[in-house]
Design a protein around this ligand. Sequence first.
Ligand code: SAM
Length: 323
Amino acid sequence: MSTPPALTSPPTGRVPPQNVFSDVDSGFGSSINGTDSNYATTIGSEVFSYVYENGRRYHSYREGIYVLPNDDREIERLDLYHHIFNVLLGGKLYVAPLGANVKRILDIGTGTGSWAIDMAEVPPNCKFEVDDVESDWMSPKNYYDFIHARSLSGAFQNWELLLKRCFDHTTPGGYFEFHDYDAELKSATGFILTPANSDLANWWSLVTDAASKSGRSFKVATSMKERMEKAGFVDVTQRIEMWPLGSWPKDPRMKEIGRWGKVGLSESLHAFASALLTRVLGWEDEDIKKLCAKALKEMDNTDQQYHCHAYFISGRKPDLEEE
Ligand SMILES: C[S@@+](CC[C@H](N)C(=O)[O-])C[C@H]1O[C@@H](n2cnc3c(N)ncnc32)[C@H](O)[C@@H]1O
């Protein structure tokens, strides 16, 4: 990792342009990490070569491990989710009380890089690197002032190890932040959704069971606060926001989010089910498409007030004198 450029503008009320590393994303990376890390890679054939399964494109870097596609449909889905997260946070990109001295920021599993690009404000402040966050990190310990991890539930086998790395590589006094939705599909009418009474719940139950069987569970957000505390972070705060999945809310802002939420969920149906159900449960794609079509039909014809919750959790690495 090269030395970050000096800040060009003095800090203002808002965190100034940063050196944002959209790092260790094994799927969408674009720049160079010419180190000798086990999986770090210069941009090469492996990163830009893809594998195709059931009409979806997947990255071939560490093929078969990450279960979501990286084709144009998925890129649009991630952009929509970026927007939803942003609106849920009232236009903010983070919840941590970041000071003016934040210089190095890391966005792990950056995807399309939307968060990192917004955070960096100007392109020279953002560098993309391709690496595997589950392997040893090449950056020094106590290096990043802020590490951000969003929408990564289901991506990793060992969150304890990942959190330890995030802790070790954060500067004392720096912050780590986790943003994701929980893996729980609920109805605000009080109706308890189960696979037996809901095709949507059936889809989600099959997907989450397959993910758990593969060792990369989606059920991460609700226990993340505790896990971060165990990893050593202090002053851990948790903000939970309702994420409507339909235009049922009366409040206009929530209604709008619900409209996007429903589009996002309908685009997630096949993206989430395809690789997991074929690779882990041995399903045929034709049956997966039927499963998704039933779930979509239910979403279009229901009075149920579907929603889940988004979790925004932030923790600080203690200063040296606090240890
Ligand atoms: C659902 S996307 C979220 C992208 C982005 N964080 C966002 O919120 O828009 C998950 C990303 O994690 C990346 N990823 C999965 N496993 C990874 C690993 N072991 N190392 C680095 N990145 C990984 C995938 O390539 C994908 O880009």
